[in-house]
Structures are given as C-alpha cells and as structure tokens.
Design a binder for this molecule. Structure first.
Ligand code: NAD
Ligand code: 0WE
Length: 265
C-alpha cells in the first residue's frame, strides 16, 4: 500500500524530464496515485506524452492557464474521467524575460500583469474550477521560491508574484479548510530546470547556494517529489496554509560560513 493509493492526482506544469512536476509525478506514481497531466501548449506535447507513457498515464490534457475556457475544459474532462480529484499540483510560473533582469522598478504594467496572471491567479483559478470535484481529505499544492521573502537579484517581478502566491496559499487554506481540503506550498532551492536555465546568472547563484546552505548540497526535483508526497498524503493531515522549505536549510542562514569549502576537503 502506497501513501497515495486510491488517490487521483492532477499535475499542472510538466514540460520535460527536468521539471519539478516530473519529480513530483514519479514520487506520486511510486506511492500508488492515479495520475493526470496538463501541459501549456502544443510544442510541449511531444515531450509530455512519452513521459506520461513511462508512468502509464493516459489523461494528458493541454491547458494554457491564461485561459478561463481552457481551465474549465480540463476540469470538465477530469470530472468525466476521474469523477473526484484528491490532489491538484500547480507547478507553473512565468514572467517575460525582460522582467528577470535590471531594476524591479522598470517592470512594465503589462509585464506585472502577465507574471501575476500566469504565476499566481492560475492557482486560484484552478482551485475554483476544481472545487466541485475535490474530495474531502484532498490537497492543493504549489511551488514557490525564497525570492518572495528576500531579494534575489534579477528574480524581480517573480519575487513579487511568489509573495502573492504564498499569500494566496494562506487565503485558500482558510477558504477550503471547512471542506477538509488542505492548501500548501513547497519553497524549493534552485534546480536546473527549463525555467531556471532561461535566466542569466542562474549558474553562479546555483553554485553559491550550495556553498551557503547548511547541508552544502543543491536540491533536486526528486526531493520536491518526496516533500509533495508528504503534503498531499494523509501524513500531513491538519497541516495547511504552510510554506515548506526544501532548500538544504538555505533560508535559515544570515551569512555564509567562512569555514565552508574548507571543512569538506
Ligand atoms: P519548468 O519550466 O519545468 O516548469 C514551468 C512550467 O510552467 C512549464 O511546464 C511551463 O509550460 C508552465 N507554464 C508556463 N506558462 C504556462 C501557461 N500559460 N499555462 C500553463 N503552463 C504554463 O520549470 P520548474 O523549475 O519545474 O518550475 C515549476 C515551478 O517551480 C514554478 O512555479 C517555479 O517558479 C517553481 N520553482 C522553481 C525553482 C527552480 O529553481 N527551478 C525553484 C523554486 C520554485
Ligand atoms: O521561478 C523560477 C523561474 C521562473 C521563470 C523563469 C523564466 C525563464 C524564461 C519565470 N519566467 C521565465 N520566463 C522566461 O522567459 N525559479 C525559482 C528559478 C529561478 O529564476 C531566477 C532565479 C531562480 C532560482 C531568476 C533570477 C534569480 C534566481
């Protein structure tokens, strides 16, 4: 018996085998969940279908979360296929590239709206669309980053969006609590995914992270998958509205340890 046996889980945000969504999908499959995937657009379909086949997943639906119609359509299809849903994972974030360098104050109105729409509102819109399908004891989960709390150079608009996403997690935890549905977030350390590699200076900050973190190691999509199993299973009953750091302890540090890099040699 797996920790997610007899649970139906929908995962949004699968792009390729580096995606955090893929780490979560593999962990959920291992724990016995019945899975469904959603991806953004046609160009990703050829990557996502073979991954789905590897886990014997045959519910694979396109959904651009910028569209209310596409969100409603995928909810309708999920209702027909699964009846009820136990778990919904939101692993989606996007800002225009212009918004991920230079001064935050140069963010355009349109760029601000775009990042908030795709990275924050989509979690709220999905939660509302799936609300009638959610079974008591279910869980919603999103992915965030520490740039929401402290300034991460160049993360800029995404940091502001992640702050709003974490606040949305708390408000939705309050909304859904009476229905017995929990809402949580994982705050992951930097992982080399498609979204992350598209950012200038990511390489340096990836290395710096491991030097500064108490555990002196980067985190993986697999780590996020295992934390997601906890947050979406009955192992975390009565844990809601939380941001769980999966970051080798990075967020507890105020300065780097001068002994780092010497001690391990
Ligand atoms: P990824 O590129 O694999 O995943 C991002 C996903 O967002 C992609 O599947 C992309 O198609 C999807 N997406 C973008 N616009 C969309 C739209 N309009 N409709 C539907 N889907 C859309 O990268 P990832 O690193 O796995 O990112 C997943 C989540 O994890 C994001 O929220 C990201 O902010 C968060 N996160 C990433 C890191 C990291 O270092 N990689 C760290 C902490 C948090
Ligand atoms: O949330 C993210 C990345 C989100 C992201 C990435 C891109 C690249 C390509 C959102 N939108 C876009 N738009 C694109 O056109 N992370 C947590 C990874 C990340 O991004 C950073 C980081 C880290 C970590 C940007 C600057 C500094 C650190």
């Amino acid at each position: 018996m797996g920790l997610l046996t007899n649970k139906n889980a929908l995962i949004f945000g699968l792009a390729n085998d580096k995606s955090i969504a893929w780490g979560i999908a593999q962990a959920f499959a291992r724990e016995g969940a019945t899975l469904g995937f959603s991806y953004a657009g046609e160009t990703l379909e050829k990557r996502v279908r073979p991954l789905a086949a590897r886990l014997n997943v045959d519910f694979v639906e396109q959904c651009d979360v910028a569209s209310d119609d596409q969100i409603a359509a995928v909810a309708q299809k999920a209702a027909e296929r699964f009846g009820q849903i136990d778990i919904l994972v939101h692993s989606i974030g996007f800002a225009n590239k212009d918004e991920l360098s230079g001064h935050f104050y140069d963010t355009s109105r349109a760029g601000f709206h775009m990042a908030m729409d795709i990275s924050v509102y989509s979690f709220v819109g999905l939660a509302r669309a799936f609300q009638p399908l959610l079974r008591k004891g279910g869980a919603l989960l999103t992915l965030t980053y520490y740039g929401s709390v402290k300034v991460a150079p160049n993360y800029n608009m995404m940091g502001v969006a992640k702050a709003a996403l974490e606040a949305s997690t708390r408000y939705m935890a309050s909304d859904f609590g009476p229905q017995g549905i929990r809402v949580n977030a994982i705050s992951a350390g930097p992982i080399r995914t498609l979204a992350a590699m598209g950012v200038s200076g990511f390489r340096d900050m990836y290395k710096n992270f491991a030097d500064m973190a108490p555990m002196r190691e980067n985190v993986t999509a697999e780590d996020c998958g295992n934390a997601a199993v906890y947050l979406c299973s009955d192992m975390s009953a009565h844990v809601t509205g939380e941001v769980l750091y999966v970051d080798s302890g990075f967020n507890i540090m105020a300065a780097s340890d001068p002994k780092a890099n010497k001690e391990e040699q």
